[in-house]
Design a protein around this ligand. Structure first.
Ligand SMILES: O=C(O)CCC(=O)C(=O)O
Length: 237
């Protein structure tokens, strides 16, 4: 079964060791500079802190501010597989860090990504790139297997800073198995825009940084510009 076939069967697919250390290190080091507030190119509106902490939880739209992040989004090892899944031309919608710092990293409520996004149709996917080994202990992302087939599900305000939407409890999702994606640094998980996922708090001593790129398939159009945060620029990758 091909990677694309597994993606469409389960709604996600793990790509173990997609990037080696030499490939991941420059972008990982730059993420660290963002997290340590050593760079001034990320505007405050694109930064979210962990509740009650000075540690960063999220940094959004990084490819719009630092060319390194845009360049890495076009890495052929990744875009080659994303093209097989979504087709081409491929455009980049988003880039963000889910930092999940040691001890204070907060949980991400169960959600689909699509309710956040002003596009149609649903041909978008996220590439979650592990910058640390990601384990159950430090709050790896968990995917409801096959949930992308359930269509758009009801969401409501979550009260979680950085993740404003959470899914309304839904029996059809509860009935599905959940896969905890324990992956090593440099590995990637691709998930569909309708795949239900979540992560638990990081109570461990190990950080769990994830860099996420969102890719748009060829048919995707902006249908609700008022809901777009940032410019309506979606670079080809
Ligand atoms: O990194 C996490 O814990 C959550 C990731 C997520 O929600 C996403 O990539 O859409």
């Amino acid at each position: 079964m091909t990677v694309a076939e597994r993606f469409w069967r389960d709604g996600f697919v793990v790509l173990p060791g997609l990037f080696n250390e030499a490939e991941i290190a420059p972008v990982s080091d730059e993420v660290d500079r963002v997290l340590r507030r050593e760079v001034d190119y990320v505007p405050e509106r694109d930064i979210v802190l962990e509740p009650g902490s000075a540690r960063l939880r999220n940094a959004f739209r990084l490819h719009q501010y630092q060319p390194l992040f845009l360049e890495f989004a076009g890495h052929p090892a990744l875009t080659g597989i994303v093209r097989e899944i979504l087709g081409e031309p491929l455009r980049l919608y988003g880039s963000q860090v889910f930092a999940k710092p040691a001890l204070v990293g907060s949980a991400v409520p169960r959600h689909q990504d699509m309710p956040y996004w002003p596009f149609a149709p649903y041909d978008l996917l996220s590439a979650w790139i592990a910058l640390d080994h990601s384990t159950v202990a430090n709050g790896c992302v968990r995917f409801s297997v096959g949930s992308h087939r359930l269509g758009l599900l009801p969401h409501t305000a979550s009260q979680v800073v950085g993740n404003s939407l959470g899914m309304v409890p839904t029996a059809s999702v509860d009935a599905l198995p959940e896969y905890a994606a324990e992956i090593t640094r440099g590995s990637v998980v691709l998930h569909h825009s309708l795949t239900v996922h979540r992560s638990e708090a990081n109570t461990s001593e190990q950080a769990r940084r994830g860099l996420v790129y969102v890719y748009m398939g060829p048919r995707v159009e902006l249908v609700d510009p008022a809901r777009l945060k940032g410019p309506a620029k979606f670079p080809f990758v």
